[in-house]
Design a protein around this ligand. Structure first.
Ligand code: NAP
Length: 296
C-alpha cells in the first residue's frame, strides 16, 4: 500500500519566512524602513492570545517590528475604532491585524472596515475581498487561503485545470479561497466547487475531486471513503477535541481523518504542521509587502 506524501507546511513556511527576512533586510538597508505590524486583541480569549504570541515571535525572527494591544473585554466598539484610527495614522505601522473572534458587542465587520485597505495585511477589508472577487491582483489576499495555495505549489503541485472541492464557505477560508483558486492563469485556474451544510450528498462531490480542501471546522469529518484514490487533500481545520490524557485536557485535530486518508490520497497536509504555519508565513509576507509598497 502506498502512503501519501506529506505536504510539509513547517518546512515550506520556514522557506517563506527566510525570504521575507531577506526582503525586510533589503528594505532596512536601502530605505531605512523597518516593517511594523500592530496586533489588536479584545478580551482574554486564550486561543487568540496564543495565536498572537506565535505571530509576534515569527515577526521578530523576520526582523518585523510588532506591537501588541490587548484591550479589555468590556471596551466599547467606539474605543476600539479610535485605537484603530490611531494605528491607521501612524506611519511606523504598515499592517494592522485585529484578532478574531471579538466579543459579541463589537461588530467584526465595522472593525475590519476601519483598517485602511493598504494596512489590511489580513485581507479582510471589503475592498481587498472585493478585489479578490474581481480577479484583481493588487489587493491583500487573506493569509490562510494564500497559504493553502502556496503549500501545494511549493510542494511541486499545481491547481491549474484541477477539479477542486472546497468544503466550507466561511469568510476567512472557504469563500476567499474559492475566489483565489478561480484566478486565471497558472498556477491557479482551477475548476472550483464549494460545499457547505446545504450541499446534498457531500461525498458525491469530494469523491470526484482531484484536490479536496477541508475547511468546515468539523474534526475528522473527511474520511478515506470520501476521497478518490490519488487525490490531494489539504486540511485547514483546527479543532479542539477532548483528550483527558493530555495535560491541557484537549488536543488539536484537523478536519481530515489523516490516518485513513493518507492510505488513499497521493498527498495530504497534516494538522498540526500543514496549513497553520503557512498562515503565519503569509502574514509576514503581506506585512513586508505593505511596507515595500509604501516605500514605493
Ligand atoms: P466557519 O466560518 O465556521 O465556516 C465553516 C464552513 O463549513 C461553513 O461554510 C459551514 O457551512 C461549513 N460546514 C460546517 N459543517 C459542515 C458539514 N458537516 N458539511 C459541509 N459543510 C460544513 O469556519 P472558518 O473560519 O472558515 O474555519 C474553518 C476551519 O478552519 C476551522 O476549523 C478553523 O479553526 C480553521 N482555520 C484554520 C486556520 C489555519 O491557519 N490553519 C485559519 C483559519 C481557520 P454553512 O455555511 O452552511 O454553515
Amino acid at each position: 500500500m502506498t502512503m501519501a506524501a506529506i505536504l510539509d507546511g513547517r518546512r515550506i513556511a520556514a522557506e517563506i519566512r527566510a525570504s521575507v527576512a531577506e526582503r525586510v533586510d533589503r528594505l532596512r538597508r536601502a530605505r531605512g524602513i523597518v516593517p511594523g505590524i500592530a496586533f489588536v486583541t479584545v478580551g482574554e480569549d486564550p486561543a487568540s492570545l496564543a495565536y498572537v504570541a506565535m505571530k509576534d515571535r515569527a515577526c521578530a525572527e523576520a526582523g518585523i517590528r510588532s506591537w501588541q494591544f490587548s484591550l479589555p473585554r468590556d471596551i466599547s466598539e467606539r474605543e476600539v475604532l479610535e485605537r484603530i484610527a490611531a494605528l491607521a495614522a501612524d506611519p511606523a505601522v504598515h499592517g494592522i491585524l485585529v484578532q478574531l473572534p471579538l466579543p459579541g458587542h463589537i461588530a467584526a465587520a465595522a472593525v475590519q472596515s476601519a483598517v485602511p485597505p493598504e494596512k489590511d495585511v489580513d485581507g479582510f477589508h471589503p475592498v481587498n475581498m472585493g478585489r479578490l472577487l474581481l480577479g484583481e491582483e493588487d489587493g491583500f489576499v487573506p493569509c490562510t487561503p494564500a497559504g493553502v495555495v502556496e503549500l501545494l505549489v511549493r510542494s511541486g503541485g499545481s491547481w491549474e485545470g484541477r477539479d477542486v472541492v472546497v468544503v466550507g464557505r466561511g469568510a476567512i477560508v472557504g469563500r476567499p479561497l474559492a475566489a483565489l483558486l478561480m484566478r486565471k492563469g497558472p498556477p491557479l485556474n482551477a475548476t472550483v466547487t464549494v460545499c457547505h451544510t446545504g450541499t446534498r450528498d457531500l461525498a458525491r462531490h469530494t469523491r470526484r475531486a482531484d484536490i479536496v480542501v477541508a475547511a468546515a471546522g468539523r474534526p475528522r469529518f473527511l474520511t478515506a471513503e470520501m476521497v478518490r484514490e490519488g487525490a490531494v487533500v489539504i486540511d485547514v481545520g483546527i479543532n479542539r477535541v477532548d483528550d483527558p490524557s493530555s495535560p491541557r485536557g484537549y488536543r488539536l485535530a484537523g478536519d481530515v481523518d489523516f490516518e485513513g486518508v493518507s492510505r488513499k490520497a497521493s498527498a495530504v497536509s497534516p494538522v498540526p504542521g500543514g496549513v497553520g504555519p503557512m498562515t503565519i508565513a503569509m502574514l509576514l509576507s503581506n506585512t513586508a509587502r505593505a511596507a515595500e509598497r509604501r516605500a514605493g
